[in-house]
Write a protein that binds this ligand. Structure first.
Ligand SMILES: [Mg+2]
Length: 314
């Protein structure tokens, strides 16, 4: 059973006593604030599932507390119950408009508290379920269903974050674009189910072999992309050469390959340049061009834009 965390805010000691007793009798956790400022401090420290607040209190008053509770920066929901004196019903509508979900009339009846908390529990559980589903959907939308690696959407988000960190902290990063060699021929020879199985196996290899801080994504089709955070180009070349070799050692038969008789990958690695207007897009474009050079040079190889590898411009 999921529990409720309740925050009670009232400057009247006897009201606090009755509310606390009623909440705790239901087995829920209860925190008590003696005025509005105290309540807001406790609220910010640990946003409660339910806030039961007095209307008039020193410091932040009930309606203001309602408004602040509604501007909670995280996705969580606090169910707000306003406690007002009998004969102050005009306050109730004002409070509901400020964000309260329900109200209690003073003097507080433990039965009323109990009834209100039944509704509060239902609503907060719905909100939690909604948050859980939203989080699951967000993950699903960023996952490639075949390989379980991050997809292009996640890549673009992560790459933007990686780029921002690199600019701020003056750390380099590299991206490596990897492409299975002659994958169309593989599918034509062994069939698409075998092609899918090879993609899954490669995805597992990438997830296993990328080092901490590096991340692998399925870029699309038979293309995968690895981001290498805080890496120099020579280190990235070493890491990707190891990956290329690991793929070869999987020894997945590929009779139709023009690069040998097993499945292989070609890789293009580009480094972000600190000192120019390099963007994630231009880095990706360079990696793509370098991958093409790996293909043109015979496949099953790593090509990078290390200066010593560049043709002499003169
Ligand atoms: Mg009061």
């Amino acid at each position: 059973m999921s529990e409720l965390r309740v925050l009670v805010a009232d400057d009247d000691a006897s009201c606090r006593l009755v509310l606390r007793a009623a909440v705790e009798r239901l087995g829920y956790e209860c925190t008590v604030a003696t005025d509005g400022n105290d309540a807001w401090r406790l609220f910010q420290e640990a946003p409660p599932d339910v806030l039961i607040t007095d209307w008039m209190m020193p410091g932040v008053d009930g309606p203001e507390l309602c408004r602040r509770a509604r501007q909670r920066p995280d996705d969580g929901y606090t169910y707000v119950i306003l406690a007002t004196a009998l004969g102050e019903h005009e306050h109730v509508l004002e409070g509901m408009e400020a964000g309260a979900d329900d109200y209690l009339t003073k003097p507080i009846s433990p039965f009323d508290v109990r009834a209100r908390l039944v509704a509060a529990k239902r609503v907060t559980e719905l909100h939690k379920e909604l948050e859980r589903l939203n989080a699951a959907l967000a993950t699903q939308a960023r996952t490639d269903p075949l390989t379980g690696l991050g997809n292009r959407l996640l890549l673009h988000e992560d790459l933007a974050a990686l780029h921002d960190r690199a600019v701020r902290y003056d750390q380099g990063y590299c991206v490596a674009l990897c492409d299975l060699d002659d994958f169309k021929r593989f599918n034509d020879t062994y069939g698409h189910p075998a092609g899918d199985a090879a993609l899954i196996e490669l995805g597992q290899l990438l997830a296993r072999e990328t080092r901490r801080g590096d991340r692998a994504y399925r870029y699309g089709g038979e293309e995968f992309l690895v981001t290498l955070a805080a890496q120099t180009l020579p280190d990235a070349v070493v890491a990707m050469e190891r990956l290329r070799s690991s793929v070869e050692q999987l020894a997945i038969p590929h009779e139709a390959s023009r690069a040998g008789d097993v499945m292989t990958i070609s890789i293009g690695i580009a480094a972000w340049h600190y000192d120019d207007l390099d963007t994630p897009t231009t880095v990706l474009d360079r990696a793509d061009a370098l991958l093409y050079r790996s293909k043109a040079a015979g496949r099953n190889r790593v090509t990078s834009d290390q200066p010593e590898h560049q043709p002499d411009p003169c």
